[in-house]
Design a protein around this ligand. Structure first.
Ligand code: ASN
Length: 549
């Protein structure tokens, strides 16, 4: 795709590069941009006095020397540093003929993640917000010790997220001969640059996990994280396809006193505690009565908190909130997030804690199990193919339903979409051309349906095989209200699209299409952007008026 970064391309002739037709170095590949925020952690540490500690201003220089993580020839040929600055690097070309250009923002001081505080979470969140529109994805380099906490915290902080945020790091510094940092960084960059996964994720040892589902389980293995209750979101294989009793009671009482506002309690099995300790239960009850939010999480890696035992029911009776299958890391961060919502009353806060906010807990494990039995359509097909096992049924459903959902979107049939959703199909998936129901609804101008899809998690950032988003489609087909709604939901033109808009705007101006110009402007285009001949749309409108007079 030759038009992805036109202004850099325009400069190419003046920069000291030699044009080439070699596909590996040719500066004609489409580019994705990823922002890497380096907060510290083992990945960039070096040995000082026999202990590992972060080293400032060394990471970018180190990466430049690793051909697997940086293509210096391409950088020179495309004036990369001149355009994006010295801290920008570029991966070798990937098989999808894409270049991933990444810029590293290094924090000072770099931290061992055991020293991270909630202020650091806030700083990361703000930096993502500040740079959100200029990048396709974000990678956060972070120490492993508290990575699951930061991932959980970011998942709650990032409301209406539409782009991937991927935390990664390593167990061994990237500068050492045998290390896991190179693979982890490379995998995270490839995913952040090529896939629209609108979640906070954690990538480690070839697996992409939902960030608020992981826990660090191993201090000495490259396979350091586990997501016990939710399978990885993606796997990168060949292809990328998630005490003493009396004293204890007084400690509990002291601990639950003001200003304590919330507590995560890790309990046995399915959320159980001794029911023969009325003294402790009474302390817990007193605390919840006085407004302390206590979340009951299980100590077990797999399974969920339930009220199936008397020993669990006593905790519910004491006013604890069942934490389902949330990790304690996610529960703690969620609690900080909910407690920070100052405008919420206690009941509303408690309700939020019990609800699934970002996929951190399975709401109803039984109900969530896929039920294909009531889907006549899939059954008929399965029967004709003599298929009965659940996995094969799911495979058929996943192959068939995206084009069906697109067909329903084309005719504005919300009921059909609702039925497909109930069948367990994902309305965000695209058809063979990567076109999602939202793309189709945007083309057709079905405002109600666009609203429906957006409220059911459709991504405004989904790109079809031509690189177009639903916003591009709505603009092209001049559906003003859809454009407004998509913009309100966070859709925006990429920097490259804004650069390229000048010529299109001029041709609209030349044909007197003021409506079209208005829609482009609502979509974020600058009517003062010059077209290929240096004239702006406004100038073209002016000279056209002049000619008419
Ligand atoms: N102590 C390190 C950290 O969390 C551990 C690591 O990154 N592997 O920063």
């Amino acid at each position: 795709n030759v038009q992805r970064h036109p202004s850099r391309r325009r400069k190419l002739s003046s920069c000291n590069s030699v044009e080439t037709t070699d596909p590996v170095t040719s500066p004609t590949a489409a580019e994705a941009r990823v922002l890497v925020i380096n907060t510290g952690g083992t990945i960039g540490m070096t040995l000082h006095d026999d202990v590992l500690a972060p080293k400032a201003n060394a990471f970018v220089k180190g990466l430049r020397k690793l051909p697997i993580l940086h293509d210096e020839v391409y950088a020179q040929q495309t004036c990369l540093y001149e355009y994006y600055g010295e801290n920008t690097l570029v991966l070798p070309i990937v098989y999808t003929n894409k270049r991933i250009v990444y810029t590293i923002l290094e924090y000072s001081p770099l931290l061992d993640s055991s020293n991270m505080t909630t202020d650091d979470w806030g700083r990361i969140g703000k930096d993502i917000e500040k740079n959100y529109e200029n990048y396709d994805g974000f990678v956060i380099l972070h120490g492993t010790d508290t990575m699951a906490y930061t991932a959980s915290a970011l998942s709650f902080m990032c409301e209406h997220l539409g782009k991937p945020i991927i935390l990664t790091g390593s167990q061994v510094p990237i500068y050492e001969m045998r290390n896991d940092g190179r693979d982890n960084l490379l995998g995270a960059l490839l995913i952040a640059g090529q896939f629209v996964i609108p979640e906070v994720c954690l990538y480690f040892y070839n697996k992409l996990y939902r960030g608020n589902r992981v826990t660090k389980v191993d201090t000495g293995s490259f396979n350091a994280f586990s997501s016990p209750n939710l399978a990885p979101l993606a796997t990168a294989e060949v292809d990328i396809t998630s005490k003493s009793q009396g004293k204890f009671q007084s400690v509990v009482r002291a601990f639950l006193q003001p200003p304590m506002q919330g507590v995560v309690l890790e309990t046995y099995g399915s959320g159980n505690a001794p029911d023969n300790r009325p003294d402790l239960l009474e302390e817990l009850k007193k605390a919840t009565d006085s407004g302390v939010i206590i979340i009951n999480c299980t100590q077990c890696l797999r399974g969920t908190v339930s009220a199936s035992y008397a020993t669990g029911k006593v905790l519910m009776d004491a006013g604890l909130i069942a934490g389902g299958d949330m990790t304690p890391e996610a529960a703690l961060s969620k609690l900080s997030y909910v407690l920070a919502k100052e405008d919420l009353k206690l009941d509303a806060r408690k309700k939020m804690m019990a609800q699934n906010l970002r996929g951190e807990m399975s709401t109803d494990l039984v109900g969530a199990k896929l039920c294909l039995s009531d889907s006549r359509f899939i059954q008929v097909i399965a029967k004709s193919l003599s298929i009965s096992c659940k996995e094969e049924l799911e495979a058929i459903r996943d192959a068939l339903t995206p084009p069906l959902a697109c067909a329903a979107a084309k005719i504005g049939d919300i009921e059909a979409l609702e039925a497909l959703k109930e069948m367990g199909s994902n309305l965000c998936l695209g058809d063979y051309d990567g076109r999602t129901p939202l793309h189709i609804a945007a083309c057709e101008g079905h405002l109600k349906l666009v609203k429906y899809l957006l409220s059911h998690g459709a991504s405004v950032y989904a790109k079809d095989r031509y690189g177009d988003t639903p916003l591009c489609n709505a603009v092209r087909f001049k559906h003003k209200e859809v454009v407004k709604l998509l913009r309100k939901t966070g859709a925006h033109f990429s920097r490259e699209e804004l650069e390229e808009a000048g010529t299109e705007l001029c041709s609209l101006a030349a044909s007197g299409d003021l409506d079209g110009l208005e829609i482009w402007s609502i979509a974020g285009a600058d009517l003062n952007k010059p077209g290929y001949d240096g004239q702006t749309a406004i100038q073209v409108v002016g000279s056209r008026r002049h000619a008419l007079i």
